[in-house]
Design a protein around this ligand. Structure first.
Ligand code: CA
Ligand code: CA
Ligand code: CA
Ligand code: CA
Length: 458
């Protein structure tokens, strides 16, 4: 926050330079990086050239928070959900050889009956047989594949660039042919990117993609389109922390807009519309930064013909990872006129991702969610929950028999066994931060790669 207000804590010589020249150019490279990263921060970063308040006033703000912040957080509101037996049969897949415990992305291809998985272990895209969980092929990438989609028989793969936050432009968008196992880059100078969506601009129009470039201090939501023989990158927003973006008609006016979850800085959901040749931004939802927004999906929750917003709040990796009562799964109902109202909250410590499908095949949408920062000390560790829709805003909840067998970072649903119901696959990212030592030791003894949740509805 001090940096946003133009107050930088710098080494003594640089303070002198900065005061004298009052320019960001005099801030050391250790602070803003070098080269392109530095240029982007200075161009888009929104840092004031000179401090917006005095050092004395800044210290008063710090003191205010120190004096008024609660020493303990409240417990979450009581869950009003009945517990039910799970419709999912649990199968753990151990981490052996190339089947690692460092997955970042999963994509199930129904027509190929194949799983594609981005591995952080060796920055590759693995082809996995969903029946045997054997690895059939591995394509190396310059950095970890973080989002995978399919168009016809072709794969489009977005790489993160760097797992560590950076403003360098090292992420890439690639096309891969699963038959020939060959790949080629479409763009290799994207900011640290996390989410890819294909955009259908109409039958006459070229192939286009929406890329959520999280970045670090500066981000970029951009449209990447085919233009003659090259690929064009059209920036939509330079907000930092874009985590998922969709090109959809949210307001029912027959025109598509971009809806993006921004998880850093001014955290919230933003809408971008093309008006008279300009991109016009509107904030639809705003969240306190402690919420840690980390995933968004859109679906028509109340079956009234418009898309509603599903979000998990629960990133806990930035500062002290205390359990936060406001973390969980929320649904924001689309009320029309760009108004969204919270219609549902399921408290879930560290919630980090979700899938929405009619898992029990009774005609309404159900929710499956994972947590990367659950309460590991709880009697029932909710690292995965299934919320079965019982109508009128009521859900029945079930969770894993043992929720601390691994740490899930990604989930994917699909009918993996072709019997007509949606199954779920959870992928591990072995990461020991904020986990009790005894749990880490159990993981080291029995490393798990994937958890296959076989839907028993059919
Ligand atoms: Ca709706
Ligand atoms: Ca259902
Ligand atoms: Ca199935
Ligand atoms: Ca089944």
């Amino acid at each position: 926050m001090s940096v946003r207000l133009g107050r930088h804590y710098l080494p003594q010589d640089h303070i002198k330079d900065y005061r004298q020249h009052k320019s960001l150019d005099y801030i050391p490279s250790s602070f803003f990086g070098t080269g392109i990263a530095r240029q982007r921060i200075i161009k888009f970063g929104g840092f004031p050239k000179t401090p917006l308040l005095s050092h004395e006033d800044w210290l008063k703000i710090v003191a205010y928070y120190g004096e008024n912040a609660p020493s303990e957080l409240e417990t979450p509101p009581q869950r009003e959900h009945t517990e039910t037996a799970s419709i999912f049969e649990e199968h753990t897949i151990p981490a052996i050889g190339e089947l690692s415990n460092k997955w970042i992305s999963l994509h199930y291809s129904e027509d190929k009956n194949l799983l594609f998985a981005g591995s952080e272990e060796d920055s590759s895209l693995k082809y996995i047989d969903p029946k045997t969980f054997g690895i059939l092929h591995s394509t190396p990438y310059p950095s970890t594949p973080v989002s995978i989609l399919q168009n016809g028989s072709t794969l489009y793969v977005l790489t993160v660039g760097s797992m560590i936050s950076t403003d360098e432009l090292k992420a890439g968008l690639y096309v891969e042919n699963p038959e020939t196992k060959t790949k080629k880059p479409l763009s290799e100078n994207l900011p640290r990117s996390v989410h890819l969506q294909q955009v259908h601009l109409g039958p006459e129009n070229p192939l286009a993609f929406l890329v959520s470039g999280f970045g670090n201090t500066v981000g970029e939501v951009s449209l990447v389109l085919e233009n003659a023989s090259s690929w064009l990158q059209l920036p939509v927003s330079n907000r930092q922390g874009s985590i998922a973006s969709y090109f959809v008609d949210m307001n029912g006016d027959g025109r598509l807009e971009i809806v993006s979850l921004i998880s850093a800085g001014a955290e919230g959901v933003y809408q971008y519309q093309h008006v008279n040749g300009n991109v016009v931004e509107k904030q639809l939802l705003s969240f306190p930064s402690s919420y840690g927004s980390n995933a968004m999906k859109l679906a028509d929750w109340d079956d009234d013909g418009d898309l509603d917003i599903f979000i998990t709040h629960g990133d806990n990796g930035d500062y002290d990872p205390v359990l936060k009562p406001y973390h969980g799964v929320r649904i924001y109902e689309n009320k029309g006129m760009d108004i969204y109202e919270q219609a549902f909250f399921y408290p879930m410590y560290g919630a980090s991702g979700l899938e929405i499908e009619d898992f029990d095949l009774d005609g309404d949408l159900d929710i499956a969610a994972i947590s990367f920062f659950p309460n590991w000390e709880a009697e029932a560790v909710r690292s995965f929950v299934y919320l079965e829709n019982r109508g009128q805003g009521q859900f029945a909840e079930s969770h894993l028999k043992k929720g601390d067998l691994s740490r899930w970072v990604v989930l994917e649903s699909g009918d993996f066994d072709n019997d007509g119901d949606y199954d779920i696959l959870l992928g591990t990212l072995h990461f020991e931060y904020a986990v009790p030592q005894s749990t880490v030791q159990a993981w080291q003894k029995n490393p798990i790669s994937l958890m296959y949740l076989e839907n028993t509805t059919r």
